[in-house]
Design a protein around this ligand. Structure first.
Ligand SMILES: Cc1cc2nc3c(=O)[nH]c(=O)nc-3n(C[C@H](O)[C@H](O)[C@H](O)COP(=O)(O)O)c2cc1C
Length: 321
């Protein structure tokens, strides 16, 4: 795909290949890893605007930033414009340059509360949310879906409303809410949204290889791509697409580095617990990975994980050394 810088308000990214917001995964160590491999931008997972106002400890933790983040982006969810504005202006978000509003989350807890993808039905309210967030003086972006079902195209009106509200960039996930994360990406709908607004549009969905990125970018005409699950399994993907020399040799080295980063951020035990699900993604498809997955629940410190990983990569030889 053609690489280029993207303007987001007064900021400019290094390139147009972004790492997606991912609840439970895109914490500061993972964002740092993806940025070091060449991602042009990375987002926190979605955080509740109300959680910020209620000074929820967990929310505060999600908003920790890494020095590797030259442009710091937090994703917010909520549906009350004045609360969104207060959150945007709060001390908790003072480190952040860009606020991304979540208009795509399909989870019942969020959707049934009128938040996330439920805003696809409320373009006027979405516009107000964006314009209120803009009053914070930060750049404001949003992440939407093409629609709620395959049969509607609510994303087009939402994109126009977001632009009207002052959005500086719009990311479009090319699957409707009803399909969560499954099935084909609707390139044509993303392309139509791209044509209907003048702010940069980033296409999201189904990128697991350089070829997927080429196809998504060409078929949609979008200004860039955003990668979610493909990057969780293989953050080297950013290096290949952006032609950035990888800062680590291979997956094994990546696993050890990631564990070390988590350990210094969360402490040994919590790091090990947090890393379990990430490890499954890193070793997905490897011969004998099933035997490691079966032992996951026993991994309660980082050294135990490192030993199991060394055994997975080198077999008996690792144990003798
Ligand atoms: C485990 C998981 C957590 C996610 N969390 C968020 C989130 O916090 N905010 C958001 O906008 N999207 C979230 N998403 C959606 C992704 O950002 C992305 O839109 C979706 O996975 C499609 O991209 P992909 O096909 O590259 O995976 C999440 C997806 C997954 C699988």
């Amino acid at each position: 795909m053609r690489l280029k810088r993207i303007k987001i308000g007064k900021y400019e990214t290094e390139n147009n290949v972004f790492f997606a917001p991912l609840a439970g995964f895109s914490d500061s160590p993972m964002r740092e890893i993806c940025l070091s491999f060449g991602a042009g931008l990375a987002f926190t997972e979605m955080v509740s605007a109300k959680g910020i106002l209620y000074e929820n400890e967990n929310t505060k933790d999600l908003l920790t930033v890494s020095p590797a983040e030259k442009i710091k982006c937090a994703q917010l969810f909520g549906n009350e414009p004045c609360i969104m504005r207060q959150a945007a202006e709060s001390e908790y978000l003072s480190d952040f340059d860009v606020l991304d509003v979540n208009f795509g989350c399909p989870m019942p807890k969020i959707y049934n509360n009128g938040e996330g993808s439920a805003l696809l039905k409320e373009p006027k309210l979405a516009e107000k949310i964006i314009s209120e967030c803009k009053k914070s003086g930060k750049a404001v972006t949003c992440k939407i879906r093409v629609g709620l079902t395959d049969g509607d195209f609510l994303g087009k009106d939402l994109a126009k409303a977001a632009e009207q509200g002052g959005a500086d960039l719009i990311t479009v996930h090319g699957r409707p809410k009803e399909r969560i994360y499954a099935g084909e990406v609707d390139y044509d709908k993303i392309a139509e949204i791209k044509k209907s607004v003048s702010v940069p549009v980033i296409a999201n969905g189904g990128v697991f290889s350089e070829k997927d990125a080429d196809i998504l970018s060409e078929r949609t005409g979008a200004d860039g791509v955003m990668i979610a699950r493909g990057a969780l399994e293989d953050p080297f993907i950013f290096s290949r697409i952006t032609e950035t020399p990888p800062f680590l040799k291979d997956k094994e080295e990546l696993i050890y580095r990631h564990l070390d980063m988590l350990k210094s951020r969360y402490g040994d035990e919590l790091a090990a617990v947090r890393f379990r699900k990430q490890l499954c993604l890193y070793i997905k498809g490897m011969k004998n990975s099933v035997s490691v997955k079966q032992k996951l629940a026993c991994f309660s410190d980082c050294d135990t994980i490192k030993k199991a990983v060394a055994h997975l990569f080198h077999g008996e030889k690792a144990e003798k050394e």
